[in-house]
Design a binder for this molecule. Structure first.
Ligand code: CUA
Length: 319
């Protein structure tokens, strides 16, 4: 069974540090609930004074002399687990907080309504590239993530790997993630950010170093020129309709208001984790994005079937 968003299905260094504390908190909560339920049940089942007969006065109320003492004993007992979890929490925070020194991979994630721009840093300008809604990381290496808010406040969360960090306009927050085994870990915006907050997901693809390096080398390549008439028509359409928001490296489309599409077809999902990336959903998304994500900035284009076909023929070359 897969639990893509379960923070109990731990797959990374930070999540593993938090996990024992999490289970302890759950155990304490269950124990406290059980104790209270038992005391309550005991109180309900205890012997009660018989109801007075008609005309008879109520018997005088017996006041327990040490009622107040029991209250203080109760408060004292409650403080023990509270204080213990406080100390434990501070210790865990101190462990997961510090950022990795000299990370080999650094990326900048910018959250927008409702998608994620991911920029990979490199020593040279030609080694920097953007992708969207999909983060590749090498396994067992801490990756530094600088977080930016493009419009409103969002929150970066990959439950199986680490906790949440907000992305705030005008401020750069930093977080780190590390996956201890290969896999695909789903991430989700964790701060309500508007109508399509729920459709603001992404994936972290953790792979061995060699595979990660191959992916990176491939992402650095620019898009191939159109190779057929249909592709050329599709590109012309793209340049006039889509190029003012999207970017495809190696072409005249250089805008950054929407996801970089240079290697669109290499991604597993479309529309920020909303749709699987296949020809049917690609066509559906371009045809009618407002039906899939109402309020998204991508407008319905009203394209003819022929235009849609040529546009798709071109987009499918972006591998
Ligand atoms: Cu972005 Cu919620």
């Amino acid at each position: 069974m897969s639990h893509p968003l379960s923070y109990l299905d731990v797959a990374g260094a930070q999540a593993a540090t938090v996990e024992p504390l999490l289970w302890a908190t759950i155990a304490i909560s269950v124990a406290v609930t059980a104790i209270i339920a038992l005391l309550l049940a005991g109180g309900l089942w205890r012997r009660r004074a018989p109801a007075p007969a008609e005309g008879e006065a109520l018997p005088p109320l017996e006041r327990g002399v040490d009622g107040a003492r029991w209250i203080w004993i109760g408060v004292g007992i409650s403080l023990v687990p509270l204080f213990a979890t406080l100390v434990w929490t501070v210790a865990v925070l101190a462990q997961v907080g510090p950022l990795p020194r000299n990370p080999r991979v650094t990326l900048d994630v910018t959250a927008n309504q409702w998608w994620w721009d991911v920029r990979y840093d490199g020593p040279q300008p030609d080694q920097i590239f953007h992708t969207a809604n999909e983060i590749h990381v090498p396994v067992a290496e801490p990756v530094l993530v600088r977080l930016h808010g493009g419009d409103v406040i969002h929150s970066f969360w990959v439950p199986r790997l680490s906790g949440k960090t907000d992305l705030i306009p005008g401020q750069t927050n930093q977080a780190w993630i590390e996956a201890d085994r290969p896999g695909i870990y789903r991430g989700q915006c964790a701060e309500y950010c508007g109508a399509q907050h729920a459709h603001m997901a992404f994936e972290v693809v953790a792979e061995p170093r060699a595979a990660f390096d191959r992916w990176r080398a491939r992402q650095l390549q620019t898009a191939p020129p159109p190779a057929s008439e249909a592709q050329a028509a599709g590109f012309a359409l793209f340049a006039s309709r889509c190029g003012m928001c999207h970017s495809i490296r190696g072409t005249s489309a250089r805008a950054s208001a929407a996801p970089d599409l240079t290697h669109l077809m290499s991604r597993r999902t479309l529309a920020a984790g909303t749709l699987p990336n296949n020809p049917q959903s690609l066509t559906g998304w371009i045809e009618n994005p407002q039906a899939i994500k109402p309020g998204a900035l991508m407008p319905d284009q009203g394209l003819s079937a022929a235009d849609l076909n040529s546009l798709r023929a071109y987009l499918e070359t972006l591998r």
